[in-house]
Design a protein around this ligand. Sequence first.
Ligand SMILES: C[S@@+](CC[C@H](N)C(=O)[O-])C[C@H]1O[C@@H](n2cnc3c(N)ncnc32)[C@H](O)[C@@H]1O
Length: 354
Amino acid sequence: MTTPTERAVIFGSGTRGRDAFEALGLGAAIVGFVDNDPLLQHSTVLDRPVFAPAALATLDFDVVYIASSQVELIREQLAQQNISPSRVRLAPHLADPTAPPPPPVVENPLSNYIDKGFKEIAGWLYMPAVEATLMLADIQRAHLAPGPVCEIGVWEGRYLSLLSFLSATPQRVVAIDPLIHGGNRDAQLARLKHNIATYARRPDLITLLERDSKEVSPAEIIAIAGGQVQFMSVDGDHTMEGALHDLQIAEAVVAPGGIVALDDIPNFSCPGVTEAVMRHSLSDANQLAPFFLVANKLFLAHKSHCEIYRQAVAERAEARQAGEWGQRMLEHRKRMKSLNVPVRFLGQELLVAA
Ligand SMILES: C[S@@+](CC[C@H](N)C(=O)[O-])C[C@H]1O[C@@H](n2cnc3c(N)ncnc32)[C@H](O)[C@@H]1O
């Protein structure tokens, strides 16, 4: 039991941490919260500071209450910081036998998405595009700091869940979709939320704007994301006007070195998307240009970065790190070279894994 003189730290500053604060009530003097998430450190929760775990070495406290689903990992982490197990307790509300069991801890959430989520979540996304997206994010790490991501047109979250894994460290994710195409908005929203909760990396960092992208400004996206985005998926309105508008949003919100994935190129069920990327490229003010096409997705980057990414993708394919689509891409390049037909699109050489 806690005593009123006990000085306590709560490990976990999210919902469980707040619940622990309530549950401890006046039974303990709460020194503050501790959280492993750098995005939450140095903030305040319930008027108490949120510290990085390293600060435990300097804080004056009697006991740490774990208020997180990662109980065993945190116990190990505290042991490594030489905090005696006798000073570590499970938060009272989590120890309550009538409390609902915590969700199972998934050892490797990205593998969980690839092995299960990709198959379970309905949507339009093919495995080569998943592999290519992960490869591009890996290549990107050498060229820009981890940043947020954004998707226009999320449907039930198949690509969105993958996008949440792209940054080297967990970052904010902005999802924009008016949820108008499913016919039953409530059912679609429930499936989207379930899929995100089950398969995304950090569901708490995802903000859903249930709006038409024409009602969302680049400034609003940047404000919610906390900065320019490192990766943006454009897969919303498939008319020429809609896709052109969304490319202009992408142009404004993507950081230098950022990557845009434009879906449904080429797809002659919705030729307006192809027309949109062509019209977009006609303006000199626009900096985005295409460099790579795989499984219905056209990847674009700032003109200053297209060659860097193109070369890195080709090198990985040559090193057989790109799966079967990488070999198709190299064969296509070789064949077109032998025919003396340069493969160029909108002023750039294009890698094509058709
Ligand atoms: C092809 S689906 C997106 C698929 C999704 N990216 C996935 O991974 O499965 C197109 C989505 O765009 C949304 N959409 C249509 N018009 C939109 C608009 N103006 N702004 C934002 N989203 C829109 C639709 O509601 C639909 O959910």
